[in-house]
Ligand binder design. Structure first.
Ligand code: SAH
Ligand code: SF4
Length: 331
């Protein structure tokens, strides 16, 4: 809930507006897990709210990975019994959490475990923010980065994702900077345009995963609805409107999109756009694809030495506990 939501709740109970601010602070800044802990609120107000609202809509069912491990995966249960996963990653000073935006995903990308689930439902704003608050409690250090790269397609749950992100970014609450929050989309063109039009300050990542329309079509059914040229055009318009670098993600699949020709095509596809390229060697999910050998991965990366954009490689953390990119799935 936003500060406005709290304001109208406390008004219903004939309490002054500053009670809303107190509630907001307890929940988002202090991250309390019970109404009892909210010391400066009247008892009756707490009882009334507790009777009508849920403070924490998620429960931790299982944690994979030890506290000292660089990656820990959390299986979380929603109030209606649906399950999702979120991942906490440590990398020197950077603590990143990977959040889910939906239960399952409608897009069915062939290389992604979440895609095999189909779409069950969108997550609520509360369920998205609760992933942050729960993982923060579990983390030894403050969270420095949030990525919407867990289960689901964030831009198909656009309104809730933006509202949740606004709460994570809110200066009186969690207060994580907009530049530390990245939303990754498989290429939902109308929402990329909406994101630009609304002047959203969060970072945008685009899962390109292929260098031609034919190639994308082979692994990403959504490419049929939003072809690569329309996708690139929308990203260029986003850049022209916002002047913010976009990151292209490229899952590297052996003998599918890892040739020298692919590297060349990729360079000509995105070179006139200020951007970054993040190559993600495929994490095995037991399907028909393979991860290229380390040598092949290095060969591919080597083709970008003179490219006009920065190339990074995501050596997915947590692949050993099935917490790597694309490995999140629940049954
Ligand atoms: N639905 C959004 C966000 C979640 S997926 C999207 O697709 O962008 C986050 C990233 O993981 C995407 O870039 C996706 O292409 C990548 N990914 C999916 N399956 C993968 C796998 N098996 N190995 C490596 N990366 C994968
Ligand atoms: Fe959905 Fe992203 Fe997985 Fe594709 S890669 S199925 S869009 S979660």
């Amino acid at each position: 809930m936003s500060l406005d939501d709290f304001t109208s709740i406390v008004k219903d109970y004939d309490e002054p507006k500053y009670r809303a601010e107190q509630l907001f602070t307890w929940i988002y800044k202090r991250n309390v897990q019970s109404f009892a802990e909210m010391e400066n609120l009247p008892k009756q107000l707490k009882i009334n709210i507790a009777n009508n609202y849920l403070l924490n809509p998620l429960k931790i069912l299982k944690v994979t990975g030890t506290k000292s491990a660089t990656t820990r995966k959390f299986l979380l249960e929603c109030n209606d019994g649906e399950k999702i996963e979120a991942v906490l990653m440590k990398e020197q000073k950077r603590i990143t959490i990977c959040l889910s935006s939906q239960v399952g995903c409608a897009l069915g990308c062939e290389f992604c475990a979440t895609g095999t689930m189909g779409i069950i439902r969108n997550l609520t704003v509360g369920e998205i923010v609760a992933q942050y608050l729960l993982l923060l409690k579990e983390s030894e250090k403050p969270i420095t980065n949030v990525v919407f790269m867990g289960m689901g397609e964030p831009f198909l749950n656009y309104n809730n994702v933006i509202k949740a992100t606004d709460l994570i970014n809110h200066p009186e609450g969690i207060n994580l900077g907009a530049r530390h929050i990245t939303i990754s989309t498989a290429g939902i063109v109308p929402q990329i345009r909406q994101f630009a039009k609304e002047k959203q300050r969060y970072k945008l990542a685009i899962s390109l995963n292929g260098s031609t329309q034919e190639q994308r079509l082979k692994t990403m059914p959504i490419a049929k609805k939003y072809p690569i040229d329309k996708l690139i055009e929308s990203v260029k318009d986003y850049y022209n409107a916002r002047r913010k670098l976009v990151t292209f993600e490229y899952v590297l699949l052996a003998d599918i999109n890892d040739s020298e020709l692919d590297a060349k095509r990729l360079i000509s596809l995105i070179s006139d756009l200020p951007c970054k390229l993040n190559v993600i060697p495929y994490n095995e999910i037991g399907g028909k694809f393979n991860r290229p050998s380390d040598e092949k991965i290095q060969d591919f990366l080597g083709k970008f030495i003179n490219a006009p954009f920065t190339v990074t490689t995501r050596w997915s953390k947590g692949a050993d506990i099935n917490a790597g990119c694309g490995q999140l799935v629940v049954s």
